[in-house]
Design a protein around this ligand. Structure first.
Ligand SMILES: Nc1ncnc2c1ncn2[C@@H]1O[C@H](COP(=O)(O)OP(=O)(O)OP(=O)(O)O)[C@@H](O)[C@H]1O
Ligand SMILES: [Mg+2]
Length: 435
């Protein structure tokens, strides 16, 4: 292709290409202005050629653009600005219907040093229309944000579902264990009743026999005339170690009575657990309940912990106070038992909408995560044999559940535990719960 043809073709392309092209010299005089620029700026090439860029377009962000162009002259290096850093160079109205909606173009700009030899004589600026991409990206960003929000909501929902399922499982487990507990309590109740009765008689019979023995011993002086008979009595007394027997019998009675009392207490707790004995619904002041319970456990707690009361403004609550007392007692005793050495127990009360919250926090050992699921199971205990029966929390759970409430646990190993009891202020659905 002859030289002229080639430059004609290049001129044609520059003029018709769908890219804005213009150039300036060192004095910022416009030395190139292609068709795209003319069409979109509304200023023809004849109008602007040879004129100062910023005089022609005072709306151009001159400081920034001046520095940018000067740098290209100076550094002799290509430069670039994307629409994300600077939406546009020239505020062209964007009139293509495809993109619609967007008022102005988004532009990417490149700054090209046009060199002759080693000196830069012009800087050519190319404006690329990125409106479609920008619009699309804006929609994409909005969609991603909406999806993120939805994802968050779904995550919350899944967590709520898992919690609801957990509570349901727990409630089901408790209901079936409740039946079992009621059966066991009933079965143990009868034998323990007659063992207890017989034990009372046995104790009084033995006491009678002992006094008879004392009376006989008083007569031993009369046996001097019958030395063999006296010797036989002495042998028997020695064989049965009468001295020890006298000492040990009352001890045995005391220990057995304690044992019986413990069994009775367990049966009572099992009954409470399975709600064999319902007490009356009343309107009660929970602070009174807490204070009276504190009085009962004071002995157990006072050496272990300082008790801090942080009572809020509570309304009267419809509840079975004697049962709630048991819950508070269990939580307080557990809190105190969790503390090694000396610690602190905080009892906090608050109202939240239709609910009251009573929480008992301790500075004790905390509960290992793998055990949290089991602490409400009847007979689950980590305490030494003879210390805990493992019924405290299961009884508390069923009492609170009967009140239409729930118990929450928040614990940190080595730092302490908070049990929060949530109770509805009024028992609107009481009939349903009892059904
Ligand atoms: N405040 C607490 N801090 C640490 N662990 C606790 C706390 N409360 C309960 N636990 C754990 O939960 C277990 C079950 O408690 P629960 O009250 O049901 O039974 P227990 O205290 O062992 O025996 P019981 O209450 O029948 O005398 C406890 O053995 C203990 O491991
Ligand atoms: Mg306990």
């Amino acid at each position: 292709m002859p030289m002229d043809d080639q430059s004609e073709m290049l001129n044609f392309i520059v003029d018709h290409v769908e890219v804005g092209l213009f150039a300036v010299d060192l004095d910022f005089r416009i030395t190139l202005w292609n068709g795209f620029m003319a069409m979109h700026s509304g200023r023809s090439s004849e109008e602007v050629m040879g004129r100062h860029l910023f005089e022609c377009f005072p709306e151009l962000s001159s400081k920034w653009l001046e520095r940018k162009i000067k740098n290209v002259f100076l550094l002799k290096h290509y430069a670039f600005t994307s629409w994300e850093q600077r939406p546009y160079l020239l505020r062209f109205p964007h009139n293509r219907s495809v993109t619609g909606g967007m008022e102005f173009m988004r532009q990417n700009c490149t700054f090209l040093p046009v060199k002759r030899g080693d000196t830069v004589q012009h800087v050519c600026v190319a404006l690329f229309d990125y409106t479609d991409t920008a619009l699309f990206q804006r929609q994409l960003t909005a969609t991603i944000a909406a999806l993120e929000v939805e994802k968050g909501e779904q995550r919350k929902l899944i967590a709520q579902l898992a919690e609801a399922q957990g509570q349901l499982l727990q409630a089901e487990k408790m209901a079936s264990i409740g039946q079992l507990a009621a059966g066991v309590a009933h079965e143990i109740n009868n034998p323990i009743g007659f063992v207890n009765g017989n034990f009372g008689s046995l104790e009084s019979y033995i006491t009678d026999l002992m006094s008879l023995l004392v009376a006989y011993e008083g007569l031993e002086g009369l046996l001097h005339q019958h030395p063999e008979a006296l010797a036989r009595v002495q042998v028997i007394k020695q064989e049965i170690d009468i001295g020890f027997l006298r000492e040990d019998v009352p001890q045995l009675f005391k220990e057995s009575r304690d044992g019986l009392d413990r069994v009775k207490r367990i049966v009572q707790e099992l009954k409470d657990f399975s709600r064999v004995d319902q007490t009356e619904w009343q309107i009660a002041n929970l602070h009174h309940c807490l204070d009276s319970t504190l009085g009962i456990v004071q002995n157990e707690v006072k050496y272990k912990a300082e008790v801090v009361k942080d009572y809020g403004d509570l309304p009267m609550v419809e509840c079975m106070p004697s049962q709630l007392n048991q819950v508070f007692l269990n939580l307080l005793v557990n809190a105190s038992q969790a503390i090694t050495g000396h610690g602190q127990i905080v009892i906090r009360t608050a109202v939240e909408n239709e609910w009251v919250v009573v929480s008992v926090s301790d500075t004790g050992a905390g509960i290992p995560p793998e055990l949290i699921k089991r602490i409400f199971d009847p007979f689950f205990t980590t305490k030494p044999i003879g210390t805990g029966t493992g019924l405290g929390l299961s009884v508390s759970y069923s009492i609170v559940h009967r009140h239409g409430g729930r118990i929450e646990v928040d614990t940190k190993l080595g730092a302490g535990t908070t049990f929060s009891v949530w109770l509805p202020v009024v028992q609107s659905a009481k009939a349903d719960q009892e059904a």
